[in-house]
Design a protein around this ligand. Structure first.
Ligand code: PHE
Length: 346
């Protein structure tokens, strides 16, 4: 009996040493110490032993049991800590590696100029309006006094959107200018009015360094009981002077747009050479800036405004073009190219 116990102890200890993982160890524990385990069976048989053997074998069995339990416990801890170490090794990361610098972007030069334009006009009491980029033929053309067969329609090559459209509003187009929002604003708010409308416009252009199918404009509209082109000139000179932080002069020339009467082309004195002549102003001292004029009475009517009581003026300039002049950018396509090396300069 004594021998049997000793053998069992030795056998079990050897197996414990060999066990490579917790699972194996658990199985061994069941095999030797479990309810039907080898040692348990021996312990149960104790009661059948002759009386004089009982104390000795009983003591020995208990010792074997304790030794084995201890061995299992020690091995268990060993395996567990080895497991944790392994996990830690897997998760280890080198805290001395320098972090990846997060690249911070910045606002696009067109958006920045738009924000400046909005700020200056807001300070002069103008509200900022918005309108749809996909517009009806009515708002883009008819309502602005450009009838179907009017030759002015040829001035703006247009992206038409598929579909028949309805009788009053016609087909849908990508707006060719921000002027349709003049009518929308008059319809919505009536007179008097003082607004600017910055926004994206589209023309079916053959793309080159100075033409793109997508560009930005800013429309201006003032409607009141009494106003004149003198006010327009004053407002524009003030706007440009604030924008460039130096005095800017304005020049009016006659121009034609069906939605104004009289119509004007507006130039400003070159902000780079101050009128002496340079590359930006093509050596004229003046920069062609925008179209403008007194709002045509048919347009006031389209907007539901009493043209006997109210008059107004409107202007429209290219925000994209102004951005190009400001930064002396010579190719319009760069602005929407997504070329980071270009855009990071601003
Ligand atoms: N809508 C015109 C254009 O795109 C500009 C303009 C606006 C002219 C308002 C006169 C009055 O060219």
């Amino acid at each position: 009996m004594e021998k049997k116990l000793k053998n069992l102890e030795e056998e079990c200890l050897k197996a414990v040493i060999k066990a490579e993982n917790l699972e194996e160890l658990k199985k061994l524990e069941i095999k030797y110490l479990g309810r039907k385990g080898k040692l348990t069976l021996i312990l149960r048989g104790l009661k059948d032993l002759p009386k004089e053997q009982k104390p000795l074998i009983g003591k020995l069995s208990n010792e074997v049991k304790n030794t084995l339990e201890k061995a299992f416990e020690e091995k268990k801890q060993k395996l567990e800590s080895a497991g944790i170490e392994k996990e830690l090794k897997k998760e280890f990361f080198d805290t001395t590696i320098p972090g990846k610098a997060r690249k911070i972007g910045h606002i696009h030069p067109i958006s920045r100029l738009q924000e400046e334009v909005e700020r200056i006009f807001s300070q002069m009491g103008f509200a900022i309006m918005d309108g749809p980029e996909a517009e009806s033929e009515y708002y883009n053309f008819e309502g602005l006094n450009i009838p179907e067969d009017h030759p002015a329609r040829d001035m703006q090559d247009t992206f038409f959107i598929k579909g028949k459209g309805d009788k009053k509003h016609g087909r849908m187009v990508l707006r060719t200018h921000t002027s349709p929002v003049q009518i929308r604003t008059m319809e919505k708010y009536g007179a008097p009015l003082r607004v600017i409308i910055p926004g994206r416009c589209f023309r079916y252009e053959a793309t080159d360094a100075s033409h793109d199918s997508t560009f930005y404009q800013v429309e201006g509209l003032l409607v009141d009981e009494k106003t004149s082109l003198g006010h327009l000139k004053g407002i524009l000179a003030e706007f440009l002077t604030r924008l460039f932080s130096k005095p800017v002069k304005i020049r009016f020339r006659p121009g034609y747009f069906p939605f104004v009467e009289p119509g004007l082309e507006v130039d400003f004195s070159c902000f780079i050479c101050k009128g002496k002549g340079c590359r930006v102003c093509k050596h004229t001292g003046w920069i062609e800036f925008m179209g403008a004029g007194m709002v045509h009475e048919n347009v006031l009517k389209s907007g539901g405004i009493d043209s006997k009581k109210y008059q107004g003026w409107a202007f429209g300039f290219g925000l994209t073009r102004l951005t190009m002049m400001r930064h002396e950018i010579d190719d319009i396509r760069l602005l929407t190219s997504g070329n980071l090396r270009f855009i990071k300069q601003f």
